[in-house]
Design a protein around this ligand. Sequence first.
Ligand code: NAD
Ligand code: IPM
Ligand code: MN
Length: 348
Amino acid sequence: MNINFTYIPGDGIGPEVGDAAMTVLEAMTAKFGHSLEAEFHLVGGAAIDAKGEPLPAETFDSCKRTGAILLGAVGGPKWDHLKGADRPELGSLLPLRKNLNLYANIRPCKPFPALIDKAPLKRERLEGTDFVVMRELTGGIYFGDKGRDESGAFDVCRYSESEVRRIAVKAFDLAMTRKKKVTSVDKSNVLETSRLWREVVIEVAKDYPEVEVEHLLVDAMTMHMLTYAQDYDVILTENMFGDILTDEASVLCGSMGVIPSASVSDGKTGMYEPIHGSAPDIAGQGKANPLAMILSAAWMLRLSFGLDKEAAAIECAVEAALEARQTTGDLGGKLNTSDVGDWIARNV
Ligand code: NAD
Ligand code: IPM
Ligand code: MN
């Protein structure tokens, strides 16, 4: 198969982890007899520097055309003085998600056995943990009116019933293929959008009588996630809560650098990216853990190209690298970013 996708490494550690993922993809194509047609494009700060805008038309056109996007990360201190849509985050990542209608962002939390002791929690709190966060990605406070007036600043949070319904359906459908439990997280004791969220989730749940449903307030969820991680299956939540809860979930897995994500829609388009950012504190030093990016590439193979065996081969090689302690410093290893990529490429 010709694997044609858009490769946008972005800023900071994005290109470093991206190179490692590309090495692994090349090894996979050689082994399985596919060909790789990566369309390289700029996004975020890198695009601002080279083209004067965070999301050049040619980048967006390629994303739309290929419908399969592998993205590193955007943003960094160099562009932090910029405002509003001139920023890498608001000017590239959010419009990509919105304009491709990628409203469902799936972020897994299943600690690798080899990493259980890397997390700050006790082993018995972690063993058997296997949940995914279904994060709404194109609505809520990220996309409402924002601005300043004489009295201060504002960010409006809005959700329509249909926006809540479609992400809830995705969560219940996914739960039906897993442990059949949905935990919906909101702040319905205070927020009107959360009251609507909860009403709609209760409605949608009626179509899935086999699925156990619970509702938790987000503040309590932050605590429950650390205390009862094993109890969860699909955690369904809105955009900003999902952002925050998934960084917290990464702690259960031993590092920010091991969690991939998929952003999908009703059609075929998918964008795959690590949940971490551009990590300016370690950028350019070869310290970044490439596993989240490599696993994101594996998800792209599975979800956008139907290449299950190929995705599994990469995931097995990642697991082997962890077992063999061929890791970067965040996991206690001594390898640099490209060494880890090379090791996994050799073992695909
Ligand atoms: P971050 O995720 O970049 O880093 C948080 C911490 O985790 C840092 O200490 C970093 O060194 C570490 N870390 C992250 N990824 C790692 C990896 N692969 N290996 C080892 N350690 C890793 O979050 P931040 O520092 O809050 O944000 C930095 C910039 O990234 C900001 O401009 C932010 O807007 C942007 N950001 C972008 C995305 C994205 O593009 N999807 C996601 C999050 C943050
Ligand atoms: C993420 C990031 C982004 C988000 C930022 C960079 C806009 O933190 O993908 O988790 O909040 O969605
Ligand atoms: Mn985030």
